[in-house]
Design a protein around this ligand. Sequence first.
Ligand code: DQA
Length: 148
Amino acid sequence: MDSVSILVLNGPNLSRLGKREPEVYGSRSLEDINKELVDAFPGISFDFFQSEEEGELLEKLFHCEDDGGYSGVILNAGALTHYSIALRDAISAVSIPVIEVHLSNIYAREEFRRKSVISEVCSGVITGFGPNSYHLGVRGLMGMLEVS
Ligand code: DQA
């Protein structure tokens, strides 16, 4: 495989990282987390996209699939994780691997967060490691793609 290109896709409220419930989500902003990913994986080409809008996330996924240049997606869907059948269907509709990640351990939180409607159609799930969840997601994806 040539160069690896990964889309890091973040859903609603993740633009507020650093300010939002730091006791749950930590003190790093989304920009910090994205920069740390670039620094940690210099051989990978990253694209970053965050939106508060479900439809924009779906369109980005389809663009990523149609573009043909992407190896996979790291997705933190925020609260959409727990109820968006539209997002689930969009993940099913694309052939590139999508890795579901969460900063917090969704299985150790409120009842409504313990259900993910997207996990079944994602290639892997990482939850509860703070910003490291994104790094572990990238590592897992690279393993799937057999890239060292
Ligand atoms: C989250 C967990 C979700 O339940 C929540 O709605 C988020 C963030 C996480 O990264 O821990 O917005 O996806």
